[in-house]
Design a protein around this ligand. Structure first.
Ligand code: ATP
Ligand code: PRP
Length: 213
């Protein structure tokens, strides 16, 4: 049995066509079912539907053999304990700093609101800037509007969320896309099975890229 951890929403929606091309079709819709383990048409493959931020944990501890997670989540988690063999090229966006339009605070220690506390800490430390980080769990765009923070670190795709809240993107921290991750032990103990799926998905993703090019 191969167990693949995945989050509902945009990653699931973008992954299903890739899995389908590899002959893996879930037999239940996670939006209609309350089940957290989704069987697939292949008896040897099942999906775990979990929170995006929990994917690296399930894979690192071997509760799932493989997982699909955003680079943002992997960097924040510190996924050295996982193999990351494939960039799936889905759920693309950028991790950026942002602030109120035209806002340029000077001579003060900045307050930065984010759910990416470790990544933000490392980013500002590398620049030699001392900042105060405020951990939030969502809706970061609100923080500068109500005086909770000077800056936010969040994901930006179209920029519409920033714009709708009178914010502007400032510095790019990193480009983000979703990655296939693999448990290190499973790569050895289920080598043929895991390797087969990784190679199949690699082929599908690179075919899609050449069609798009
Ligand atoms: P949770 O619901 O568990 O808090 P989440 O809200 O971060 O997690 P999603 O919004 O589905 O879950 O995001 C999952 C992943 O998709 C993120 O980790 C990121 O890699 C990517 N992502 C997030 N926002 C965007 C976006 N606007 N455009 C493209 N990709 C995005
Ligand atoms: C993400 C992210 C931003 C928004 C950026 O939120 O946290 O708020 O997308 O996308 P945009 O630049 O295209 O507007 P999401 O839609 O996932 O909502 P959530 O924070 O509630 O998960």
């Amino acid at each position: 049995m191969l167990t693949i951890a995945i989050s509902k929403g945009r990653i699931y929606d973008d992954t299903v066509p890739l899995l389908r091309a590899a002959g893996i079709e879930p037999t239940l819709d996670p939006d209609k079912s309350r089940k957290l383990i989704l069987p697939t048409q292949r008896e040897d493959v099942r999906l775990l539907v979990i929170r995006a931020t929990d994917v690296p944990t399930y894979v690192e501890y071997g509760a799932a053999d493989l997982g699909i997670a955003g680079k943002d989540v992997l960097v924040e988690y510190g996924a050295e304990g996982l193999y990351e063999p494939l960039d799936l090229g889905i759920a693309r966006c950028r991790m950026m700093t942002a602030a109120r339009v035209g806002y340029h605070p000077q001579g003060k220690r900045l307050r930065v609101a984010t759910k990416y506390v470790h990544t933000t800490q490392r980013y500002f430390a590398k620049r030699g800037e001392q900042v105060e980080i405020i951990k939030l769990y969502g809706s970061m765009e609100l923080a500068p509007l109500v005086g909770l923070a000077d800056l936010i670190v969040d994901l930006v795709d179209t920029g519409n969320t920033l714009k709708a809240n009178g914010l502007e993107p400032r510095d790019l921290i990193m480009d983000i896309s979703s990655r296939l991750v693999v448990n290190k032990a499973a790569m050895k103990t289920k080598h043929r099975h895991v390797r087969g799926l990784v190679e199949e998905l690699t082929r599908i993703v690179s075919n899609q890229r050449s069609v798009a090019a």
